[in-house]
Design a protein around this ligand. Structure first.
Ligand SMILES: *Cc1c(COP(=O)(O)O)cnc(C)c1O
Length: 393
């Protein structure tokens, strides 16, 4: 197989050549530590501060509200642990959803072991939280609501604006994990009443290991990383200058072409969804049909194991995923698919295909063709499928 068809862009994306070019001088030439005093350090300090201003502008935020971190997981950990600890005199209750990324869910479980209480809101069959349930879950001791902007497995975009309005009305902080959303769909922290927001460069064609946490001014989560006075003394560690330069370059490109690329990807995605649902029997699309990331398609194929599907697609040069990258390798079905109400046996047969800006109709046609053959082959080996067909149901 010579051609690689990479449809796992929710796991990570390729760094764009222009982004890489922007990063290069900060490895090879301007390698100074931005915290140093000499003029040579000023050059790296400038790129870090320009990046901060530029990213803030894309969110409707102020430069001083952007804190660079080591990526989405760190940002989520900081928002949750930092706010929980900072506000423990007010209360120890947090509200989140059952479909969050593990960076949020496992952090909540950690907090539960340390004396905090967490409410995990369920979702409807499309993966949408119910805002009435959110409002009803708020208690006098609730200090934080953390609901993701868009889901990494099924692509559903949550009603962030309404969530922000509810949080504000009740005087509770609102954090959103926008790792799948920032650079893909419009985000504005003021219009949406977001107090904290996590993002990660490698999900929008930037480098891995760099991200940011937006923290509304006046909000003071306790620090996780202690040491030097970087990031206004709230996140220690020598600044990742090439990473920051790359993230800002990637964000500028992503935001500038967001509308155009979004439309293009949604058209290719809808072509793929149409072919799969029309040509493969007993296939279902997971996630909301319209409130959905433009590059996400997630299916369940009855009588099929997601893992076998992935292996056979891999043999045809197709990179896809079943559940999320963090859970693949384990036999547990995805917590997101269980939360939308799918039974275990159906949740096991899931496939996530996430497109990039470069994915063409030809690419997804090839994938649909291969998928048809593979699903048929796997089902022909399944006694359950044979019984099902015989029973004529
Ligand atoms: C990828 C991802 C993360 C983790 O980000 P990293 O930068 O890989 O640590 C968190 N949340 C969501 C929704 C993600 O998709």
């Amino acid at each position: 197989m010579d051609k690689l068809i990479y449809l796992d862009n929710a796991a990570t994306t390729a760094v764009k050549p222009e982004v890489f070019e922007e990063m290069k001088p900060y490895f090879l030439e301007t390698y100074s530590n931005p915290s140093s005093v000499y003029a040579f350090a000023q050059k790296s300090r400038r790129v870090v501060e320009d990046a901060r201003t530029s990213i803030a502008g894309m969110l409707g935020a102020k430069a001083g509200e952007i804190y660079f971190t080591g990526g989405g997981s760190e940002s989520d950990n900081w928002a949750l642990k930092g706010c929980a600890q900072a506000l423990e005199v007010k209360g120890r209750h947090i509200i989140t959803s059952a479909i969050e990324h593990h960076a949020v869910l496992h952090t909540c479980q950690y907090l539960e072991k340390h004396g905090y209480e967490v409410t995990y809101l369920g979702v409807d069959e499309n993966g949408m939280i119910r805002t009435e349930e959110l409002e009803a879950a708020i208690r006098p001791d609730t200090v934080l609501i953390s609901i993701m902007f868009a889901n990494n497995e099924i692509g559903t975009i949550e009603p962030v604006r309404e969530i922000g309005a509810i949080a504000k009305k009740h005087g509770v902080l609102f954090h959103t994990d926008a790792v799948q959303a920032f650079g893909h769909v419009p985000v504005n922290v003021d219009e949406m009443n977001i107090d904290l927001l996590s993002a990660s460069a490698h999900k929008f064609y930037g480098p891995k290991g760099i991200g940011f946490l937006y923290i509304r001014s006046g909000v003071k989560p306790v620090s996780l990383i202690h040491g030097g006075a970087q990031e206004r003394a709230r996140r220690a560690g020598t600044s990742n200058v090439p990473g920051i330069a790359g993230m800002a370059a990637a964000a500028r490109l992503a935001v500038a072409s967001m509308e155009e690329n979004g439309k293009k990807m949604a058209a290719v995605r809808d072509h793929l969804i149409g072919r799969v649902l029309n040509e493969i029997p007993y296939a279902r699309l997971n996630g909301d049909r319209t409130e959905r990331l433009p590059n996400n398609a997630n299916f369940c194929f009855r009588f099929i194991e997601g893992e076998s599907l992935l292996i056979m697609l891999d043999q045809k040069g197709i990179c896809a995923s079943s559940g999320s990258a963090c859970t693949s390798g384990s036999l547990d079905p995805s917590h997101v698919l269980l939360a939308i109400g799918l039974p275990h046996e159906i949740a096991h047969g899931s496939l996530r295909l996430t497109l990039s800006e470069e994915t063409t109709v030809e690419d997804v046609d090839y994938v649909a063709d291969q998928l048809k053959i593979i699903v048929e082959r796997l089902r022909s080996m399944s006694p359950l499928y044979e019984d099902f067909v015989k029973s004529g149901k």
